[in-house]
Ligand binder design. Structure first.
Ligand code: HEM
Length: 502
């Protein structure tokens, strides 16, 4: 082991960094999140240490050597020039295998090379302008349903954890209608359709909450499902698959084709329309992709919304500024329109600052497909050439770039105004960059802006009154509210808020 260790470090020219028994990444990083010096690398290491590891090394590329699950040295990168080199070169730096995400078949996220190109070619047009418009109108409807039918005339609505009570259901309803083409809400879809054990909404819900069990369970555990929680989520998958197959069948055999712009219909049209057979998707691949949109889209969205609400509750001055801005764009209490989205610049600034501080995908893995080098500048400005042997794992540390003081002034503070005017675009990576960047970015932005506009116009977001925390300092409050819990993406552990009618 020692010899392997020396060899792996030597292969990257003994590049400075840290080591631990258990890796910071992959399944073990997920299971052992809190870093312990020399023992556990910890998934949360870069949240805890912010940019410190890189400052100590004097360069924005560091190594991480671990013994489990195998002896390996990987490179962790918080340098935008190096990241641009990597994300701009898909062939030299592909993604590692994401086989665990092939739940229902091959899909855009869990593929590489020619296979990925085919999936991207069919999937990208599904995120069309009419789909964005649909996201907007449906989100506005879902928010009105929340205000009128759930919150009603109540002056105050207090929630213990905004993710469970509001942002996860809303994100799920939006992806359900604009992604799958099925309208669900708090009061609808309460009973299973004929031949089903769960309603579509319940199947979607159980998967959205416990999807990580399927992803991280070994096959034997998943197949035998000895625990109720595993059996429940397994049933959710079976039911959703059944619903989706029925939907494919229904749309294929419908006598009159309706104009639908949800992702599922768009994907179905695109996969049917090619006659030369080159880019068509099989039904399994169609399901695989639509499922992956759910995985990629709902948790990231729900958690970003929750962090944004929490940050606005902590910063009332900014919330007031946002309210005045929204009122100036949508003055007379009417519903905001899709055409107004681009004028709602403060909303976008709030989301960008939220995503900078709390990027749901904290690190993006790549792998070196050949023996190569990376060239970085150290903090003294000297050029450093790092040898990168074929097979080396690379982690683009989004959180470390976002908190790197070389790119952002006062990087740990909430300052949405930094996104007006000139800002360092290469140092903003919540959606990754290059050819493998997020396909759903506009989907999220449309949904997020519609939700924030609707909510802030009608309600003031405040922290829930909890007497035991009355004497907290600003820093203590920040630490409590934004205590993190990695699910598949980063989430707030508990965010108690109150919505007060304006
Ligand atoms: C705040 C919201 C979101 C964030 C922060 C986010 C972030 C990301 C990131 C970092 C990647 C690259 C992952 C990697 O390389 O391993 C990605 C890829 C992707 N995202 Fe998103 N995402 C968001 C919302 C969405 C939504 C709403 C959808 C769909 C409805 C979506 C669909 C996708 C797809 C299909 C890919 C794969 C693209 C490819 O590999 O070609 N995302 N996203």
């Amino acid at each position: 082991t020692y010899v392997d260790l020396r060899a792996s470090l030597k292969a990257i020219n003994n590049h400075p960094g840290y080591w631990s028994l258990i890796s910071s990444f992959g399944l073990l990083g997920f299971m052992f999140q809190e870093p312990r010096r020399g023992v556990i690398g910890g998934n949360l290491r870069f949240w805890r240490k912010r940019h410190l590891d890189f400052q100590e090394a004097g360069i924005d590329v560091i190594s991480h050597t671990s013994f489990f699950p195998n002896v390996a040295s990987r490179l962790i990168i918080a340098d935008t020039a190096v990241i641009k080199d990597i994300t701009g070169n898909r062939v030299r730096f592909p993604k590692p295998s994401y086989d665990a995400l092939r739940v229902w078949g091959a899909n855009i996220i869990a593929s590489e090379g020619e296979e990925w190109k085919r999936h991207r070619k069919v999937s990208a047009p599904a995120f069309s302008e009419p789909n964005n418009r649909l996201v907007w109108t449906e989100t506005v409807k879902i928010m009105m349903d929340l205000f009128e039918n759930l919150w009603g005339s109540r002056e105050e609505i207090a929630v213990d954890h905004v993710v469970d009570s509001i942002t996860l259901p809303v994100a799920l309803f939006v992806i359900s209608v604009a992604g799958f083409g099925r309208q669900v809400s708090w009061q609808s879809d309460l009973v299973p359709s004929p031949g089903h054990k769960l309603s579509f909404k319940d199947a979607l819900h159980v998967i959205s909450v416990d999807m990580w069990i399927q992803i991280f369970s070994p096959k034997f555990l998943w197949n035998s499902a000895p625990l109720k929680r595993i059996a429940d989520v397994k049933l959710g998958y079976e039911e959703l698959e059944q619903y989706m197959l029925e939907m494919v069948q229904e749309r294929r055999t419908a006598e009159k084709k309706e104009e639908c712009y949800d992702l599922f219909s768009n994907l179905l049209d695109a996969s049917d329309s090619e006659s030369d057979g080159s880019v068509r998707l099989t039904d399994r691949e169609l399901l695989g992709n639509i499922f992956i949109f759910l995985l990629a889209g709902h948790e990231t969205t729900a958690h970003t919304l929750a962090f944004a609400f929490g940050l606005l509750a902590m910063h009332q001055d900014y919330q007031e500024k946002l309210y005045q801005h929204i009122k100036s764009v949508v003055p007379d209490g009417r519903l905001p329109t899709y055409e107004e989205m681009n004028s709602l610049t403060e909303c976008m600034a709030v989301f960008y600052e939220t995503l900078r501080l709390f990027p749901p995908v904290q690190s993006i893995p790549k792998v070196a497909a050949e023996d190569t080098t990376l060239v970085a500048a150290d903090h003294a400005g000297n050029k450093v050439v790092i040898p990168v042997p074929r097979g080396t794992e690379l982690q683009l540390s989004v959180i470390s770039v976002h908190r790197n003081p070389r790119y952002w002034d006062d990087p740990h503070a909430f300052k949405p105004e930094r996104f007006h005017g000139n800002w360092p675009r290469d140092a903003f990576l919540p959606f990754s960059s290059g050819a493998r960047a997020c396909l759903g970015r506009r989907f999220f932005e449309t949904e997020g802006i519609a939700i924030l506009t609707m909510l802030v116009l009608r309600y003031k977001i405040e922290l829930k009154d909890e007497p035991e925390f009355a004497h907290e300092t600003y820093e203590e409050r920040w630490q409590r509210l934004f205590k993190l819990k990695p699910v598949i993406t980063i989430a707030p552990a508990r965010l108690p808020l109150v919505f007060k009618k304006r």
